[in-house]
Design a protein around this ligand. Structure first.
Ligand code: NAI
Ligand code: MG
Length: 491
């Protein structure tokens, strides 16, 4: 089953017949083989999704009927949580409890959009007063069409859920392309779709590489929208490809999120949330708070406590007990992070702890929890996304300085602020140029609230109501209730 693509409700071999290896980064070895799709498969999948949209039952069902199918999908995924969490660990390298969270959140996401679809009927067709006698108008929401969903490797099944669940709930049809680095759990959506009775073509799944699948998918003229999470350079390419046919896009492109810690904060809480903000999921998190600004009085004591805690962090295979830092997703990313660490050392920043692969692990792609302090603000480690367990920490002397430093970035996805003074927290939160601001914590993510970034961190919002409407078109239906209007036909 795994060396197949899911197109038009069928498990099919790719046109080329080719496959590629899937690597377990915790062992540095292949553990599965999947189909290597190409442009010809993209064309078949997009045409299947197009037919399913134009002629199929899916977009014509009521919101409530679609909601019921999503609810079934949620239940079927929920039945397989243990198996799917383990598959995610092997494919991505993350610790098992974090993988379980991911899959539980996938279930929650399908349930949430099932509820939203079921509740939406009552809001459909809102009358809008047009202020003119003899005219009435109403606004109707309709599914946007065929969606190309291109997702990354850091939360493989969950990032797909954030797109697939609201898109299907809205009545769209989807071609899903997982990252070539972590294709395994995406394929399971095909089995779930079949078992839940999703009509053929409503969800199609193509495993393969960016240039061979992602590019032709984002260029395909029969695709109405591309929903993407990943790097800025790829997001930019997708935007250019989408421009050709004026497709709708949503882009979630990561960042270099700041975390401002005032000296009145509880030291232990600061240590906890700074660590969670950068070491959760090995720091391979788009919203990771990778730039920490600490008020000077607390700066050295905090660095000391952080490096003591980092020394205790258990690094190892994601399936092993008590592991908090799993493997980096692949060799290329491991190399990229090590290069960033080297550039940090060269920049003159102080390496407080970590900075290398742990000596006790001989296979797989592991890294120590790494802290840089006193980082020059023009250094690339301060400015560019590293996407690994590497945090940069600098001191500040005033609220205004902290806010200025925090906002001095090309990115604006996440940001966090910590202080016992809640008025100050609110003031700083409102001054931060970012789509997601956490007060007295970092990273907790709730499906009800919008997710997305300012500036180069992207375009559009996922999750909540916003992530549902992103898959709906808006139509006005305006009626005239009088006789001849009297413009051409007088009398
Ligand atoms: P990427 O942005 O190239 O990959 C994301 C997805 O886009 C994958 O499914 C990939 O196959 C696809 N893709 C690649 N080239 C494409 C193209 N020309 N057209 C359409 N789709 C294409 O990211 P990659 O190379 O896996 O990681 C590189 C860096 O990106 C990381 O080091 C990290 O800094 C950042 N990243 C950010 C993520 C986020 O959540 N914001 C997630 C993953 C990576
Ligand atoms: Mg893998």
């Amino acid at each position: 089953m795994t060396a197949r693509l899911f197109i038009d409700g069928q498990w099919v071999a790719p046109v080329s017949g080719e496959t590629f290896d899937v690597i377990d980064p915790g062992k540095g070895k292949p553990f599965a083989e999947v189909a290597r799709a190409g442009a010809a498969d993209v064309d078949l999948a997009v045409k299947a999704a197009r037919r399913a949209f134009d002629e199929g039952p899916w977009p014509k069902l009521s919101f409530a009927e679609r909601g019921a199918v999503l609810r079934k999908m949620a239940a079927l995924i929920s039945d397989r949580i243990d198996e799917l969490a383990e598959l995610e660990v092997r494919d991505n390298g993350k610790p098992l409890p974090e993988a379980r969270w991911d899959i539980e959140d996938v279930v929650g996401c399908f349930e949430y959009y099932a509820d939203m679809a079921e509740g939406f009927a009552s809001e459909q067709s809102q009358p809008v007063s047009v202020g003119a006698d003899d005219f009435t108008s109403r606004v109707r929401k309709e599914p946007l069409g065929v969606v190309g969903a291109i997702v990354p490797w850091n939360f493989p099944m969950l990032m797909a859920a954030w797109k697939v669940a609201p898109a299907l709930a809205a009545g769209c049809t989807v071609v899903l392309k997982p990252s070539e680095v972590t294709p395994m759990t995406a394929l399971v959506y095909g089995e779930i779709a079949e078992a839940a009775g999703l009509p053929a073509g409503a969800l199609n799944i193509l495993t393969g590489f960016g240039p061979e699948v992602g590019a032709p998918l984002s260029e395909h003229p029969l695709v109405d929208k591309v929903a993407f999470t990943g790097s800025v350079p790829t997001g930019s390419k997708i935007m250019q490809a989408a421009a050709q046919d004026v497709k709708t896009i949503s882009l979630e492109l990561g960042g270099k999120s700041p975390f401002i810690v005032f000296a009145d904060s509880d030291l232990e809480a600061a240590v906890e949330w700074i660590m969670f903000g950068i070491f959760w999921n090995q720091g391979e998190v788009c919203s990771a708070t990778s730039r920490v600004l600490v008020e000077r009085e607390m700066y050295e004591p905090l660095l000391e406590r952080l490096s003591a805690e980092c020394a205790k962090l258990k690094i190892g295979y994601g399936m092993d007990e008590d592991v908090l830092l799993g493997a980096i997703v692949n060799e290329a990313q491991h190399r990229k992070i090590l290069a960033a660490i080297e550039s940090g050392k060269e920049s003159g920043a102080r390496l407080v702890c970590g900075g290398k692969a742990p000596a006790h692990l001989s296979e797989g792609y592991y890294l120590e929890a790494t802290i840089f302090a006193d980082v020059p603000t023009d250094a690339s480690i301060w400015k560019e996304e590293i996407f690994g367990p590497v945090v940069c920490i600098n001191p500040f002397d005033s609220e205004a300085e902290a806010l200025r430093e925090a906002n001095d970035s090309e990115f604006g996805l996440g940001a966090a602020v910590m202080s016992k003074d809640l008025e100050r927290c609110d003031r700083v939160a409102e001054g931060l140029r970012a789509g997601i601001v956490w007060i007295n914590c970092s990273q907790p993510t709730f499906i009800e609230v919008p997710w997305g970034g300012y500036k180069r961190s992207g375009i559009g919002r996922e999750l909540g109501r916003w992530g549902f409407e992103a898959y709906l078109e808006t139509k006005q239906i305006t009626s005239y209730h009088g006789g001849p209007w009297g413009w051409y036909i007088k009398g």
